[in-house]
Design a protein around this ligand. Structure first.
Ligand code: NAD
Length: 293
């Protein structure tokens, strides 16, 4: 049993903290939102009134926040006077540079640290089936792994500080680009009089196959579980896809990588969001192509 402080009990952090409680750990939680804190208390998380109260006695601190700036502020407080051997894990999706800065702060304070962003969404957070992509030392990873296993089903050590965030944004850049490609192909097929099912039957079993068509087909019918069959309710919201594509662009800029299709995908999802679609599933972008941009 580990004494864990969980900071950020939102849509993802709330159910993740609940799964740590279910696994027998003592979890003290803190969130700026009283509602989120109250909801977490119902699942066995001990509520703290202040961040410092939550982390006072913790062996492991986990953060699940929205942005890099928030993570750096909270990690600044955590690493001000940490107990010896504290392990700090950030599960938020943030920019690689901020993740590396957070690791540096932890190192200076004598803490072990891990960036461990997730994929799998709120469904995966609730069912404890998240995928974790981790960056940090072998020692940090070995200590974190049993805790991550209580919240997820696939845990990958991607490399040193920031490697988890790097893997996450590279993967989601592939996803954003591939979904646009699949949407364009289905709209072209419609114009050519091709049925959705015929295009799916061919492309899902030949060289066009990818997750965006085989598992998450953006038109209703061929894959009954895809959000297209449910009025494009997320799923994975377009606003979150845009956030990840922008993080990929920031990383491309700071590392000097050429990502022209990633840049185009970010532009297209930005336009889609501006049209009021941020809360819809990202695969609904197919409608924008039907309207001809
Ligand atoms: P959320 O907005 O629901 O939760 C974030 C929580 O952090 C909020 O409750 C907020 O009050 C709290 N918070 C902010 N600043 C704080 C501070 N200084 N101290 C304490 N609490 C603070 O967001 P979410 O959907 O849970 O996402 C969290 C992270 O996970 C994001 O980085 C997101 O990109 C990533 N993510 C989300 C999903 C998803 O489907 N929601 C999927 C994969 C990854």
């Amino acid at each position: 049993m580990t004494r864990i402080a969980f900071i950020g009990l939102g849509n993802m952090g709330g159910p993740m903290a609940a799964n740590l409680v279910k696994a027998g750990h003592t979890v003290t939680g803190f969130d700026l939102s009283h509602d989120m804190l109250a909801a977490a208390e119902k699942s066995g998380v001990k509520p703290a009134n202040m961040l410092t109260d939550a982390i006072a006695d913790a062996e492991v601190v986990i953060t699940m926040l929205q942005k890099g700036a928030q993570v750096l502020t909270v990690w600044g407080d955590i690493t001000r006077s940490p107990a010896k051997d504290t392990l700090v894990i950030d599960c938020s999706t943030i920019d690689v540079d901020s993740a590396r800065q957070a690791h540096a702060m932890a190192k200076q304070a004598g803490c072990l640290s891990l960036d461990a962003p997730v994929s799998g969404g709120t469904g995966g957070a609730t069912a404890a089936t998240l995928t974790f992509m981790a960056g940090g030392s072998e020692e940090s990873f070995a200590r974190a792994k049993p805790l991550l296993e209580a919240m997820g089903k696939k845990i990958v050590h991607c490399g040193d500080a920031g490697a988890g965030q790097a893997a996450k944004i590279c993967n989601n850049m592939i996803l954003g680009i591939s979904m646009i490609g699949v949407c364009e192909a289905f709209v072209l097929g419609e114009k050519l009089g091709l049925s959705h099912q015929a295009l799916f039957d061919v492309a899902s079993t030949s060289s066009g196959q990818c997750w965006s068509i085989n598992t998450y087909c953006p038109v209703p019918g061929p894959v009954p579980t895809s959000p297209a069959n449910n009025s494009y309710k997320p799923g994975f919201a377009a606003a979150l896809m845009l956030k990840d594509l922008r993080l990929a662009q920031e990383a491309a800029l700071s590392s000097g990588a050429a990502t022209p299709l990633g840049a185009e995908a970010a532009q297209l999802f930005s336009l889609f969001e501006k049209q009021g679609n941020g809360a819809r599933d990202f695969s609904a972008i197919i409608e924008m192509f039907r309207e001809r941009i």
